[in-house]
Design a protein around this ligand. Structure first.
Ligand code: LP5
Ligand code: MN
Length: 238
């Protein structure tokens, strides 16, 4: 049976079409899978577990139902939903993965990432990332009333959207040296990540060995799904 990978769904009540697409996957194809891996940005944003919307909880319920039917569900946080706690995910039977994580897929060691850590040319983003990943700042933020947190996230999203609009496309892709360093660090020849919304299977030579970087796409127009089995990775849309 294949293992399914998805990322960058950006689920929100404003985009019921994406939620519907995800439900179709969860209630159908996912039941015939070995496991489901979510590699970040499942949610458009996460302002704290107590600030989750009814839609967010329904999504977690649907994932919990898949897990309850015997299909393991793994979640790695993205740059939008990193505030979701492992405790909440565990309540639904979902296992949290750290970024990066190495897994064994049908006898091949594969490194999994959200992908934002590889975008080292985007200096403003890397600075922003370092700040919001500070544990003390997160703890302080989570002590604020939920309404204030949601307003702050809305402000951050407006500011970052302005910032993205002014950035050259090239700096928002992965940096080649960062990719090579990651292959080297884990001694693997396959990598799977999302974040850049540029679905593709890239091959590159590392010390005369062919390496593969599989990039998942977003779900805005269609569902981007990686079906991985004994024959390798198949990047598909639904
Ligand atoms: O996800 P994607 O692909 O759209 O965009 C990313 C980068 N953007 C972000 C921001 C998120 O999209 C939205 C934030 C979610 C908030 C979660 C909770 C936060 C709580 C804080 C806890 C302490 O990650 C974007 C990249 C792009 O990918 C491509 O890689 O470029 O990065 C940016 O836009 C970052 C900016 O360049 C950095 C500067 C923005 C200034 C923000 C100031 C905040 C002001 C606060 C006001 C109260
Ligand atoms: Mn992302």
């Amino acid at each position: 049976m294949p293992t399914l990978f998805v990322s960058d769904l950006h689920l929100s009540p404003e985009r019921p079409d994406i939620t519907a697409r995800f439900r179709t996957l969860l209630e159908g194809e996912a039941h015939k899978a070995e496991a489901l891996y979510i590699l970040g940005d499942l949610f458009e944003f996460w302002a704290g577990d107590d600030a989750a919307s009814a839609d967010d909880l329904e999504t977690l319920d649907a994932l919990g139902a898949l897990r309850a039917s015997g299909i393991p569900v793994y979640f790695m946080a993205g740059n939008r939903d990193f505030l979701i706690t492992p405790a909440v995910l565990q309540r639904y039977g979902i296992k949290t993965l750290l970024d990066p994580t190495v897994v064994d897929l049908y006898g091949t060691r594969v490194v999994l990432l959200h992908g934002d850590s590889l975008c080292t040319d985007d200096v403003a983003y890397q600075r922003f990332r370092r700040v919001v990943h500070q544990r003390w700042l997160q703890r302080l933020f989570l002590r604020l009333p939920a309404k204030m947190r949601k307003d702050t996230v809305a402000k951050i999203r407006r500011r970052t959207a302005q910032s993205v609009a002014q950035k050259p496309m090239a700096i928002m892709d992965v940096n080649d040296d960062a990719v090579r360093a990651c292959f080297r660090r884990f001694g693997v020849n396959t990598m799977i990540h999302g974040h850049t919304h540029r679905p593709a299977i890239h091959t590159l030579d590392m010390d005369r060995q062919a390496c593969r970087r599989i990039v998942l796409g977003d779900w805005f127009q269609q569902a981007s799904v990686l079906r991985y089995d004994e024959t390798g990775g198949h990047l598909e849309t639904r």
